[in-house]
Design a binder for this molecule. Structure first.
Ligand SMILES: [Zn+2]
Length: 271
């Protein structure tokens, strides 16, 4: 049997390496034990067919620096794990107040470290042949306990604008307008705008347009209450499903085993 090497480029820059390294090896332990796969944490195997690059820097734009709202950034693509994007995945109850923002994965081994393990094993899975099948035809599954999990396939996943269960009340203050509130809760282009807030539905199933008594979005009154997203609850949901322990199924391991035996380089680009 030929032992293939997965070259881990720039792994030495990864935070919580002592946590991440052993868990990445555990993710592929069957293939490693069989001699089918070797992980090169030094990143020195430049002639390897299989390469995963860790990116720990980000070129911040003014918008990145000034605005803190959650954006559903993809933290990996096939062959690449972007640690800075993982750090950037946050939720803010008030976009204008950075103190109200908290990352999905905090700077802890069991959170950011675990998120790196998940993303790295996921992208390595793609590299090693998990590129078709699954729920979506790109090898992804909705089981949060699997490395090929993506949250949009989870049974409890609801897009933000439709997530009426994770909502809270906001009491309108003097000087508020729907566009000001929308801006502060992150309903901004390209995500949304004030009309999304006007039509937003809350836990009771009612939309803000039906709660506001004037019937005119430009005429709102202090102490009226509207529904806004409960970002604390939404963050807790993402944290729970994205950083729990994950594994590959025997079927996924078998696919990777076949792929390694053939020694094919990756050519598809599933994310
Ligand atoms: Zn993927």
């Amino acid at each position: 049997m030929v032992t293939r090497t997965l070259n881990l480029v720039e792994f030495r820059q990864v935070p919580f390496r002592e946590f991440v390294g052993p868990r990445l090896e555990a993710a592929f332990s069957t293939l490693i034990a069989e001699g089918a796969l070797r992980l090169d944490f030094s990143g020195a195997s430049t002639d390897s067919l299989y390469q995963l690059t860790f990116v720990v820097t980000h070129n911040w734009t003014p918008i990145d620096r000034d605005r803190h709202w959650y954006r559903p950034l993809t933290a990996g693509v096939t062959g690449r794990v972007d640690v800075e994007k993982m750090r950037r995945r946050n939720f803010c109850t008030d976009v204008a107040d950075a103190a109200s923002c908290e990352a999905v994965a905090r700077e802890l081994p069991r959170e950011l470290g675990q998120s790196i393990v998940y993303t790295a094993a996921h992208e390595a899975g793609h590299i090693l042949g998990l590129e078709s099948g699954g729920v979506d035809g790109s090898a992804h599954v909705g089981d949060a306990g699997n490395f090929m999990f993506i949250n949009s396939l989870h049974a409890d996943f609801v897009p933000l604008m439709d997530d009426f269960r994770r909502t809270r009340r906001y009491r309108i203050r003097p000087g508020d307008s729907l566009s000001r509130i929308a801006d502060h809760i992150g309903f901004r282009p390209p995500l949304a705008n004030w009309t999304a807030l006007y039509n937003f539905r809350g836990q009771d199933g009612r939309r803000n347009r039906d709660l506001l008594r004037s019937g005119n979005p430009n005429l709102i009154f202090p102490n009226e209450e509207i529904w806004v997203p409960d970002y604390v609850a939404r963050r807790a949901y993402f944290r729970e499903v994205e950083i729990c322990d994950k594994r590959f199924t025997p079927e996924q391991v078998a696919t990777m085993r076949r792929f390694l035996a053939i020694g094919l380089p990756i050519d598809g680009i599933p994310i």
